[in-house]
Design a binder for this molecule. Sequence first.
Ligand code: FES
Length: 565
Amino acid sequence: MRDPKTFRSHEWFHGDQYEHLARRAWLRSEGLGEDTFDGRPIIGICNSWSELTNCNAHLRQVAEAVKRGVWAAGGVPLEFPTISLGEMFMKPTTLMFRNLMAMDVEESITANPIDGVVLLCGCDKTTPAQLMGAASSDIPSIMVTGGPMLSGRWNGEPLGSGTDGRRLFEQFRAGQIGEEQWAEVEGCISRSAGHCTVMGTASTMASMAEALGMMLPGGAAIPAVDSRRYQLAEASGRRIVAMVSEDLTASKIMTREALENAIRTDMAIGGSTNAVVHLLALAGRLGIDLKLNDFDKISRNTPYIANIKPSGQYLMEDFYYAGGLPCVMKEILPLLHGEARTVSGKTLAEDLDGVEIRNRDIVKSMDQPLNAEGGTAILYGNLAPDGAVIKQTAASPHLLKHRGKAVVFERYEQLRAHIDDADLEIDEKSVLVLKNAGPHGGPGFPEWGHLPIPAKLLKAGIMDIVRVSDARMSGTSFGTDVLHISPEAAIGGPLAAVETGDEVELNVPERRINLRVEENEIKRRLEARPKQTPRYRRGYGRLFLDNVTQAHKGCDFDFLRKDAE
Ligand code: FES
């Protein structure tokens, strides 16, 4: 147990100088009594609540439950806001602002008299941003995510946000459902507070927080509106007070073993490809030498066992009723570092003690997995010298080994304008290629990688073709989409050299993505390409373009990595 004189807040409030009196007086102006300063830890509640971040719009209520726990355990809770990143509204893309939010989180914590912090997040980028900020500030930290929405339901079928919305949109474009039905879907797909209901990026990153040991066991999948989420929040408030006493800081939880546990869990749940970018960035904050290829090494011997959309059949609400993430982690425990510590104060193996797998349709056994390998595979080749990713469990099996002629779009706007042109020469064997959609090209590395299938192919019943880009894709998407090509086209990566008619070869079992064009010709084309003008000359956009790292390094700013110290 720590002496309260060693708490960070002690330096702010204890002393006989004017500033000590002033700080105490100003905190008392919020109605707090003088016993606030009798050695109780100050617990920050870092809230990404915002009505512009729909998925996090209920986090003020969650914060109230956290406060109950903090008060009950003898701490003093102080809630504070940071910027928030709402996936649905922000332009050009939320990934561009993840680092800004992570900086806000880090500086809000370190500049203030905070002894421990509870991180409240939910929508896709808010979770990694808070984890990255907590890693850099390195005080005792615990995460409570907002939880998934209730499952959608339309026409007698369950609807998963993102995944089923996109599926129905393709049916709408193909003329299989009409305008009236399409309008009905809008009212049925988002039924409550909370984040997307499939194993998209939000659910994946909540699962990563739990697998890293940064959330109390079982927290990731509890529906947003379930009373048990508020019980989790209250328990987390109690627990953070104890963590301050134990000096259980973020870097003692987020170790290399914890990151490997998270990657393995990501593979077992068929998690979002975005997790690759976020976990690489988090490792950089912690000074842990994690490489893109480490994901592939782990994926090769981790079975995919969680039957959840978009790779599987069920929704997050079903997953919770089946026991949630602890069931997956219990099943793959022989592959995990069971000795890793978690915010519970115990080891991961102790946390999982007594967990029973209740529904084998949703959480499969390692002996009879949905796929022998993990959800994500890492590809290399002359088209992606520094790597690319594909969610192999959400791809069409017949396309995992494929050769086809490229149909190339230089920019996303051009693709949107012409993808449905009647004279577009494209068929089911073609490889649809989009350039200039990476961190610099987008800019901001937008989720454009699930490129639309041309309407004429949809009408012919072709729902998937190989698609290749330097973009990301939403974790809720599905299809044979090669993503995160690194280096990206906008900085002169080989993707910039692809021309319509070139042959592209994808071989996922052998982890290859190649452009079947002579190396000399690729070099000639790259040298002849016109110089690009940066999209931003001032402001945050300029800071982003000047400092963002490529996808295979996590797209953090180079000066925020631990090795910049
Ligand atoms: Fe926020 Fe999907 S839009 S989680």
